[in-house]
Write a protein that binds this ligand. Structure first.
Ligand code: SF4
Length: 499
């Protein structure tokens, strides 16, 4: 489904593909109509799109799924999740109903939205089918997204969509309903009369939610489901189909190794589930007009995330940091807008007890190199390296003895992490307990966001109430420089501009 002009496969390699790989070598392109807003994603896309669309659409969907997952990790209620993801969906994955179409132009727009939704789903299927953990998380987040959209859909369109699915539901006959009216009445909470609704019979495994809640009458392996519980059935069906499809995709994945255009993109996407790194662009951590100088780092450090705060505290205590700690911190400082001269001054003043000669010969070159002032390849000249994202800090090698780089939520023991948090003023027992739980479940950036939300509780409430920030300004933080910028702006009551 990638346009030919973006193909980078060596034609010789393409020629030796065997018949089993034909589906990747010679797809038959077909435009699909999207009569419904909702989609069960049963039919894979086959029309052509560009590589740029392939990547960007997947990143946009990933952003939404990562936020949905973050909401569930943080035990947000349905209403809170809805409030959180509605603006994100509008921005990254809009999907309007048919009733919004008033002209041919809008119809094309609807088609484009639905195509993006359709393709991005399938691209992420490829990216997340490699391991069981990724498959499980993807199915969970996609199911939540589908449920959200289903509930929001126009009721007429929803009915048409359900009818189009040809689901294998057996209607309960009038005689049967009368025969079991007592049982139906007693097993179905909130029902006053069994003839209030029409009923369907399905295998009980298809409505696990209802069975778990004991909110259903069952007989001979069949569950008797009232009309209003359709949602449960649809959701269970959606999940079951997707789980099965993910299994099949995982088996087909090795064949994709042939494709050196897609594999790197897919690998990158799957690494970033939960911390959509790609949404951070260079320079976005800079706060315009903020006094970022060597002398202002101490007071500004109150806005730093724990990883950088820890580095700063160690630096102040021991007047030194080892190489990887220096590198992580220098890149962060560069990212908040500290210029090269001020950065050299900052490190020079911090490394007390070192002579100028020692500092210049051992440390200055590295700082200049980080800024792209010397060395490096020509691409980096003048720009240097970008600040590390949470993903990189979390995944890179753990700090050894005496080293201070890394993420405290991941690399510190629970006792040391708790002590560090307390030393930065986090004493709230609920927050500390929540952090411990997050860490146990390896949700490190969720722990970090939890602390951020607690530390900025009053400011977040204020900017939400006065409407100066919207929900997309407060999405999950996945970059230390975003943490700094957001903290600084919130405390200084400024509106985010380029975040
Ligand atoms: Fe730093 Fe990210 Fe870890 Fe927070 S989650 S402490 S920002 S690396």
């Amino acid at each position: 489904m990638i346009r030919q002009d973006f193909q980078r496969i060596d034609p010789k390699r393409r020629a030796v593909l065997d018949h089993k790989k034909k589906q990747f070598a010679a797809p038959s392109f077909k435009q699909q109509d999207y009569p419904y807003r909702l989609n069960f994603y049963d039919v894979p896309p086959t029309a052509e799109i560009t590589l740029e669309e392939f990547e960007q659409w997947a990143i946009d969907r990933l952003k939404v799924l990562a936020e949905i997952e973050a909401c569930s990790y943080r035990n947000k209620s349905t209403q809170e999740t809805e409030a959180h993801i509605t603006p994100l969906l509008k921005k990254f994955l809009p999907l309007a109903s048919n009733s919004s179409a008033t002209s041919g132009v809008v119809s094309q727009q609807l088609r484009n939205e639905r195509q993006k939704d359709h393709y991005s789903h399938f691209i992420l299927r490829l990216a997340f089918s490699a391991t069981e953990d990724l498959r499980r998380r993807f199915v969970r987040a996609e199911t939540m997204l589908f449920r959200f959209r289903f509930q929001k859909d126009d009721s007429k369109e929803r009915r048409n969509f359900i009818e189009s699915l040809n689901l294998d539901w057996e209607p309960v006959s009038e005689e049967e309903r009368l025969e079991y009216s007592e049982e139906l009445l007693h097993s179905t909470p909130g029902l006053r009369r069994a003839d209030e609704e029409s009923w369907f019979k399905v295998d009980w495994e298809r409505v696990p939610e209802l069975v778990e809640r004991r909110a259903i009458f069952m007989r001979k392996g069949k569950a008797y489901v009232p009309q209003r519980e359709q949602l449960s059935m649809i959701i269970a069906d959606f999940t079951a189909r997707l789980e099965k499809a993910m299994e099949l995709t995982s088996r087909a994945l090795p064949r994709l190794d042939e494709d050196d255009r897609l594999t790197p993109i897919l690998n990158h996407l799957s690494k970033n589930f939960g911390s959509a790194e790609s949404v951070y662009t260079e320079g976005e951590g800079v706060v315009d007009g903020a006094p970022i100088t060597a002398a202002s780092i101490d007071p500004l450090s109150q806005h730093f995330p724990l990883c950088m705060r820890s580095l700063h505290m160690t630096l102040r205590k021991s007047n030194h940091l080892k190489h990887f700690g220096r590198l992580q911190y220098t890149l962060f400082l560069k990212g908040i807008g500290l210029n090269l001269d001020e950065c050299i001054l900052f490190w020079r003043q911090s490394f007390k007890g070192y002579s100028d000669d020692e500092f210049n010969s051992k440390y200055k070159y590295n700082i200049r190199h980080t800024y792209g002032d010397v060395g490096g390849d020509s691409n980096r000249r003048g720009r240097g390296y970008p600040p590390y994202s949470c993903q990189k800090i979390l995944m890179d090698s753990a700090p050894g003895t005496g080293q201070t780089h890394g993420c405290p939520y991941r690399h510190f023991s629970v006792d040391n992490l708790t002590a560090l948090l307390q030393s930065t003023g986090v004493h709230d027992k609920d927050v500390l307990r929540g952090v411990q739980e997050d860490v146990e479940k390896q949700r490190f950036h969720i722990a970090c966001n939890r602390v951020f939300e607690w530390a900025h509780k009053a400011e977040i409430k204020r900017v939400k109430e006065d409407g100066s920030w919207n929900q997309t300004d407060l999405d999950t933080i996945v970059h230390p420089n975003t943490y700094f910028k957001r903290s600084y702006l919130l405390k200084h009551a400024e509106k985010p501009s380029s975040e």
